[in-house]
Write a protein that binds this ligand. Structure first.
Ligand code: CMC
Length: 429
């Protein structure tokens, strides 16, 4: 019979230790018993950027990066994208089960009830410059919401937690659309409760003077599917930030502002914006080979390519590619798609990308679709943050109710000076 243990021999002392193995992991705290002297601190594991450290047990999202599998609560992403609405998936991710018709209608009702913003938020927005990045505005407004709902600090109260989660899922699209309209100089468009989640978002973004905005059904569905694909992705940088900040038991608005800030970066949710800039810089299909050569020479990275977990085609990118065709039938062809397809074709045949298992990720094609829908590049990370709100909140609630979790506080290996004598100012170089 195989033993579920790892035997470790410390060659400094010759001592041997048996460490239990659970779910293919050992507990880092079990290393602490490994000491050279009784008064040693004990051994730690060193893992910059958490490349091989599980920080939590989680029942929300499953990814098999080698096989290109993504599931929310056990359901394959392809099935959810094909059959569900975004709010159905949001319910699934937060609650754990797909809703019945009655549960879904009740949830949709709650979302509609909380979709409006306090009017003072508009004054906050007015304080931003006309060319402020909408993601910067969104982050600030999410943080500001905590001041409107001070009871949100009671994070251990189940009912209050549910209320804040509903508020955030409902209000983030409104914040996002208001940020866009601030940049445009358009009057803010209020939500229309008769429209779907995605349809209403398009309404708040693009309504002009018409009394009732009617979203194009193809674009509405495409956006809903894009939202489903971005809803959660287990322990990525933004989610890790949400959990780490939330572990101090701060309110979810403050924690989520931090998560959104993490998402903003070009290596994370800001990559879709960076992809568009890259495709525009390449300019034509003829320029693709020379651009790829510069990537291989280490001048810069191919944005929208590669992933910490996927070492295969990102299943979300596959679905997005299909959506692109449907969207372009409505909006007309986006010539950047041809450059993107050529870039993908050349990269996937190239030894540099093949040997490193670098494939297109979710951000490679999403920006081209958003651009075709009429969104400026600066809105792309915001479009990522809207659906990811669901994942952040589900992960936050899971963290709070996990008795093994505590305030996130990594250790370090100190590499600085030992104790030094203080140097008075007049003796310093
Ligand atoms: N272009 C060129 N080379 C790359 C790329 C890329 N996009 N990504 C990784 N590599 C190379 C890298 O230089 C390294 O090569 P070597 O072994 O010779 O030093 C090797 O592949 C491994 O890269 P890594 O940096 O160790 O991988 P990582 O897991 O730390 O980084 C990543 C993952 C997503 C940050 C990275 O692939 C990247 O920077 N991609 C471009 C930005 C991007 O598209 N981000 C969106 C990610 S998906 C959505 C999301 O998370 O928000």
């Amino acid at each position: 019979m195989t033993q579920e243990t790892l035997t470790v021999t410390d060659n400094r002392t010759g001592r041997t230790y048996e460490l239990p193995i659970t779910d293919d992991t050992i507990r880092a705290m079990d290393l602490r018993q490994i000491k050279v002297h009784e008064d040693d601190f004990g051994m730690m594991s060193y893992d910059p950027a958490f490349k091989n450290t599980a920080s939590t047990r989680s029942a929300i999202t499953y990814i098999d990066g080698e096989k290109g599998i993504l599931r929310y609560r056990g359901y394959p992403i392809q099935d959810l994208a094909q059959n569900c609405t975004f709010l159905e998936v949001a319910y699934l991710i937060i609650d754990g089960e797909l809703p019945t018709q009655a549960q879904l209608e009740e949830y949709e009702g709650y979302i509609k009830r909380h979709i409006l913003l306090h009017e003072n938020i508009k004054q906050l927005l007015d304080g931003f410059r006309y060319n402020a990045h909408p993601m910067g505005m969104l982050i600030s407004m999410i943080a500001a919401l905590s001041t409107f709902y001070p009871e949100a600090r009671l994070v251990d109260d189940f009912e209050l937690r549910q209320l804040q989660m509903t508020r955030l899922v409902a209000k983030v699209p409104t914040l996002a659309a208001f940020a866009y309209r601030h940049v445009k100089g358009f009057p803010y468009a209020y939500p229309d409760p008769d429209l779907s989640y995605a349809g209403n978002f398009l309404n708040m973004m693009f309504r002009r003077a018409e009394p009732n905005y009617v979203p194009n059904p193809v674009l509405e569905r495409a956006l809903d599917v894009l939202f489903i694909l971005h809803a959660d992705h287990e322990q990525n940088c933004g989610t890790n930030a949400m959990r780490a900040i939330g572990s101090s038991r701060v309110d979810p608005y403050s924690a989520m502002a931090g998560a959104a800030a993490a998402l903003y970066g070009p290596l994370h949710g800001g990559a879709n914006e960076a992809v568009l800039r890259m495709l525009e810089e390449i300019g034509s299909m003829e320029e693709v080979p020379s651009y790829v050569e510069r990537v291989k020479a280490g001048e810069f990275r191919l944005m929208g390519f590669g992933h910490r977990v996927y070492k295969n085609y990102d299943p979300r990118a596959k679905i997005i590619k299909q959506i692109a065709d449907e969207v372009f039938e409505v909006t007309g062809h986006n010539p950047l798609l041809d450059i993107a397809l050529e870039l993908e074709r050349i990269a996937l045949e190239d030894e540099y990308f093949v040997s490193r298992k670098l494939y297109p990720n979710v951000d490679f094609y999403s920006g081209i679709i958003y651009q075709a829908m009429g969104l400026p590049k600066t809105m792309f990370p915001v479009m990522f943050a809207i659906p990811r709100t669901v994942g952040w909140l589900a992960q936050w609630a899971e963290m709070l109710t996990d008795s093994e979790q505590a305030i996130a506080r990594p250790r370090q290996v100190y590499t600085g000076y030992g104790e030094r004598d203080y140097i008075p100012m007049d003796q310093r170089d």
